[in-house]
Every structure is written in structure tokens, then in C-alpha cells.
Design a protein around this ligand. Structure first.
Ligand code: CA
Length: 408
């Protein structure tokens, strides 16, 4: 990719370099919700450039990106490339400069109205770890796992933007060695380090998306924390899968990084053996090299890193996920969110959930303040970060963070 310089001062380590230009929804004290583009520590107010970009005001001054995304990639990536052009070079573009504000003054919101939310289970390391803990260590993966990108339909209403605190859920659990379930606050509140893609082009009922055209239907990606109450989940999940152990909250990062911005960081995924069925075969590179991390900050405590992982470890890629999702003719809509599943790597320091980090409670994690964790405590703040980097180009997601509040 061509090296780009900007007249704007952009911090070297910024996730929001000139190569990125992600879209989000922001507001300020004086301005209602509208589309913004992140650059360095600035936000570009697209409504101030609507005329120059030939965009309808109603599309730009909007609570969500959905209408903008629905214009299609020719328009949305066209806007991104125009901004890139105006930000490049030595000479300030006065209109663009005028449309900027400090990101400190922007309140970020959910970027899209999520109609449907699906969560996959596509990291082999995560599925293997869970299988080892709860089933048979010798046959950790279920027989379907290497043939199907396993997933379930989740709850869209409780997907919340970064910064929104989450409430420890209450529910029904079966305590160890008990014979009757009890109603209580979850004692096993966990994170799941995930990424999610956002559907950018709808399909009709009956239509299927192929792996070859999947990228046309994907607008971009966000970081995603699929909060999980393991004790509620454990008691409820047989036979129909996750339900209230998951649906109390999922946190999403506010800036949507487009697939076009991620393209330079595409990589080959792990080899798939056995061979997949024909509709899941794909050409080219299906994964992205995105460094991911998780930090924990206890109440009034010091932040420390508890996980370093990478999106490239995913066994099933999103082309395959989307082809599988629609192989039966299930239609998708603009703004649908599809999460990856917990992204764990091979090493213990790359595990994307507390369940794996503390190995179902058998290996407590000791923090710098001497306190231990097997799952999260009230007052803990959990922060996921992610970025790709190559040849001096950095394209990042910022973060998705949330503090855990006590149960009501
Ligand atoms: Ca999940």
C-alpha cells in the first residue's frame, strides 16, 4: 500500500491512522447523534461535509449507521477514500479541518441498530479447551465441529456500546452437589474475547451467500465482549444451547473498521482438516492479523493484561460463517451482527475467557494487588483492545470496555 502522509498531526501509535477511517455514531453537548469518522484523536463530523460528499443530511444525522451502510460499498468506501484524499498531503483541507472536533468531546453510541445477532464458536482452541474441561479430554471437539461453523442466535436488544456498565445477572443455577436449583446472583461472571462483523448488504429469503461473494455483504468489524454467566449457562444450556447465561449483555466497540481498511492485513487461516463441504470451500485469504488483548482493572486498582490473542487463530473465517448462515436460505439484513466466538490461541496467555485462564476455577489468577480471580468481581473493569499493524501502517479498533456493577 502507498505510504500516506497527512497535514494533520496523528499520534504514531494511534489506532485511527489515515489508513483506517472507521465510522461510528457520536453526539456532543450541542449536537445530536450523527455519523463520525475517527482520525487520530479527532472525530470528523460527517454532517458538516454532507454536501461536499453528496450525502443526504437524514442519512448522516442519524441514530445509526444502517441507512449509510445500505447505500452500498461504492458510496461508503468512496466517502472513506475521499476523506483519505482530503487528509493526505501537506495542504490543509479547510472544510475537513472545520468539521473536526476532539474525540474527548464526542460521546460514542451503538454504531448500528442490530436487527439480529448470531454468535459463532469458531476458535478451535477455545472449543477444545471447553470440551476438555466439561466433556472428554480425549475427544474434546464434538463430531460436528470441524464440519460446521457452529453458532446460535443470540439477543440483539442487550448489545450495548463500550463504556456502558453491566449489571451482574441473577438467575437459576444448580450449585455443586445440590439436588435442587437456586435463584441467585451469578457467581461465575465471565468475558468472551470476540470480534463481530456487521452485515452491509441484505439478502432475500431463500437466497444464499457464497464464500466468494461474502465480503460484498460484510461492511466492517468491531470488538465484542460476549459476557457470560457460566453457572446460569451450565444449568440451562442442554438441550437447546445458550440462553439467559448470555443474553443479559454483550458489549461492542463503537468504531466500525471497514473490511477495505482491514484488507492489507488479511492472512491465511489454519489448515482445515478434514476437507470442508463444497459450499464452505473458499479462495484466497480468509483471516485477518488483528492483535487482541484483554485488561482487567479492579475497583481503584491497577490495570493489568490478562490475555494476548489474535483473530488469525480462527479456524472458521467469516466468509465461511456467512455462507453457512445463509446456506438454508435464511435472509440477512443490514446491521445484523455476527460474532466470532471466543478467540483463544494455543498458549495459556492467549486464552480469551476467565473460564480458560483459571481453568474452570482450578488455577486462580493472582493480580498485582494480591487478590485472586477465577471469575470477575463486582467493580472490575474489563477492556478489550485490538489493532493490526504492518509496514508502519496501523489500523485499530480502539477498545470495548465495561465495569461490572453488583446485582440488584
Ligand atoms: Ca460467545
Amino acid at each position: 500500500m502507498k505510504k500516506l502522509e497527512s497535514w494533520l498531526e496523528i499520534p504514531q501509535d494511534s489506532d485511527f491512522s489515515i489508513y483506517n477511517l472507521p465510522f461510528g455514531i457520536f453526539s456532543t453537548v450541542a449536537r445530536g447523534k450523527r455519523i463520525g469518522v475517527a482520525i487520530g484523536d479527532q472525530v470528523i463530523d460527517l454532517s458538516m461535509l454532507a454536501k461536499k460528499l453528496k450525502l443526504d443530511k437524514e442519512v448522516v444525522e442519524n441514530n445509526y449507521l444502517n441507512d449509510f451502510i445500505a447505500l452500498g460499498k461504492d458510496v461508503t468506501n468512496g466517502v472513506r477514500l475521499k476523506l483519505q484524499e482530503w487528509l493526505s498531503g501537506a495542504d490543509e483541507d479547510l472544510d475537513v479541518k472545520e468539521a473536526m472536533l476532539s474525540s474527548k468531546d464526542a460521546v460514542m453510541h451503538m454504531p448500528v441498530k442490530v436487527g439480529d445477532y448470531t454468535d459463532f464458536y469458531s476458535s478451535m482452541e477455545h472449543a477444545t479447551n471447553v470440551g476438555k474441561m466439561f466433556r472428554d479430554p480425549e475427544n474434546a471437539l464434538l463430531p460436528n465441529w470441524k464440519h460446521i461453523p457452529v453458532g446460535y442466535h443470540g439477543r440483539a436488544s442487550s448489545i450495548i456500546p463500550s463504556g456502558t456498565p453491566i449489571r451482574r445477572p441473577k438467575g437459576q443455577v444448580m450449585p455443586k452437589d445440590a439436588t435442587e436449583p437456586v435463584y441467585q446472583a451469578s457467581e461465575r461472571l465471565d468475558m468472551e474475547l470476540e470480534m463481530a462483523f456487521i452485515v452491509g448488504k441484505e439478502t432475500e429469503l431463500g437466497e444464499s451467500i457464497t464464500t466468494a461473494n461474502a465480503d460484498d455483504h460484510i461492511f466492517g468489524m468491531v470488538l465484542f465482549n460476549d459476557w457470560s454467566a457460566r453457572d446460569i449457562q451450565k444449568w440451562e444450556y442442554v438441550p437447546l444451547g445458550p440462553f439467559l447465561g448470555k443474553s443479559f449483555a454483550s458489549s461492542a466497540s463503537p468504531w466500525v473498521v471497514t473490511l477495505e481498511a482491514l484488507k492489507p492485513f488479511s492472512v491465511q487461516g489454519p489448515e482445515q482438516d478434514p476437507k470442508v463441504l463444497s459450499y464452505l470451500e473458499y479462495e484466497g485469504e480468509g483471516n485477518y492479523d488483528v492483535n487482541l488483548s484483554v485488561d482487567i482493572t479492579p475497583k481503584d486498582g491497577e490495570t493489568e493484561r490478562i490475555c494476548n490473542s489474535n483473530y488469525r487463530y480462527m479456524y472458521w473465517n467469516q466468509k465461511q460463517q456467512l455462507a453457512h448462515h445463509t446456506v438454508n436460505g435464511c435472509n440477512v439484513n443490514v446491521g445484523d451482527m455476527m460474532a466470532s466466538g471466543t478467540i483463544s490461541g494455543k498458549d495459556e496467555n492467549s486464552y480469551g475467557s476467565m473460564l480458560e485462564i483459571a481453568w474452570a476455577g482450578t488455577k486462580p489468577l493472582t493480580l498485582k494487588d494480591g487478590s485472586t480471580r477465577v471469575f470477575f468481581k463486582d467493580g472490575d473493569t474489563v477492556t478489550i483492545k485490538g489493532h493490526a499493524e504492518k509496514d508502519g501502517m496501523r489500523v485499530g479498533f480502539g477498545e470495548v470496555t465495561a465495569e461490572i456493577l453488583p446485582a440488584l
